[in-house]
Ligand binder design. Structure first.
Ligand SMILES: N[C@H](CCC[C@H](N)C(=O)O)C(=O)O
Length: 282
């Protein structure tokens, strides 16, 4: 079996994008894990499949698989790459706005240029059962035991679950322990992406994310959205925030509760390739 793919990244969060607009692609966790291997496979944080829309109104559907083979509901850096991929495939023009269906619902993308995309990510979700996060009611912060340490977190969904922790130092050594512990914390029923955010000014933050299903990544688009949503709900950042991640910067715009959140950032092509899957002997 051979699979053609595009290798892309959004601020260093890297992807394999596969064209399944004919709906023929049959992925499974073991194939995803094999392709994700950075020694014996192609290597990626997530695999994204471009498929026919399933809701009858979006232009396309896109599927999201983490490197460990688990599915996700949303991928901020990934949907920007899908938009740029569609432009390169001749299916989307610069300046156009088009709705793309994700596993957690539709988002609207607009090509600013061939390598920069703005996404209407919808409204952040703070209602615990919809994150899902185990709490009696929604709050702008929760204190919980993480690996023996009392940690104050924010919890929000951007179509996928996020925990957000404010830190004074991005290089704090305990982050390497707290990241995985928070990602697998039992209060997040489906796991979480764990973001550690330092407020530089109300319009500028730094962020590192330990992603569910992928580990520490160079950037996380929904993580940037989640961090701004949590901090803005607390009144600690402005409506427009630059989020600096290890792999690059994203621009997040959110007026506040009840409003939709917008993310703008890059989408970069790296190479085109063909996956020669010899595991089946073909
Ligand atoms: N690891 C995430 C999916 C990818 C999110 C991230 N790469 C982004 O850009 O939003 C999850 O399991 O929910």
């Amino acid at each position: 079996m051979t699979l053609r793919f595009s290798k892309m990244h959004g601020s260093g969060n890297d992807f394999v994008v596969i064209d399944s607009r004919d709906g023929a692609l049959a992925l499974n966790p073991s194939l995803v894990r094999a392709m994700a291997d950075r020694h014996t496979g192609v290597g990626f944080d997530q695999l994204l499949s471009v498929e026919p829309a399933r809701d009858g109104v979006s232009a396309f559907y896109y599927g999201i698989w983490n490197a460990d083979g688990s599915p996700s509901g949303q991928c901020g850096n990934g949907v920007r790459c899908v938009a740029a991929w569609l432009h390169r495939a001749g299916a989307l023009n610069i300046g156009d706005t088009v709705q793309i269906q994700s596993p957690s619902g539709p988002v609207a993308v607009r090509l600013v240029d061939a390598h920069r995309v703005t996404v209407d990510m919808g409204e952040p979700i703070f209602d615990p059962p919809r994150i899902p996060f185990n709490a009696p009611h929604a709050a702008d912060r929760y204190t919980m035991d993480v690996d023996g340490q009392a940690l104050e977190i924010g919890a929000v969904s951007m179509g996928n679950p996020h925990a957000v922790v404010t830190v004074d130092e991005m290089t704090a050594p305990e982050l390497s322990r707290l990241g995985p512990a928070l990602t697998g914390h039992a209060r997040f029923g489906e796991g979480s992406n764990a973001g550690f955010v330092q407020i530089v000014t109300p319009r500028h933050v730094r962020l590192r994310v330990h992603e569910r299903g992928a580990g520490w990544t160079l950037a996380c688009g929904t993580g940037a959205c989640a961090a701004v949503a949590v901090l803005r709900q607390r009144g600690e950042v402005d409506a427009q925030v630059q989020v600096d991640l290890p792999g690059g910067s994203l621009q997040i715009d959110w007026q506040g509760p009840g409003e939709r959140l917008w993310m703008t950032g890059p989408a970069t092509f790296v190479f085109e390739g063909e996956w020669l899957d010899r595991r089946r002997g073909d």
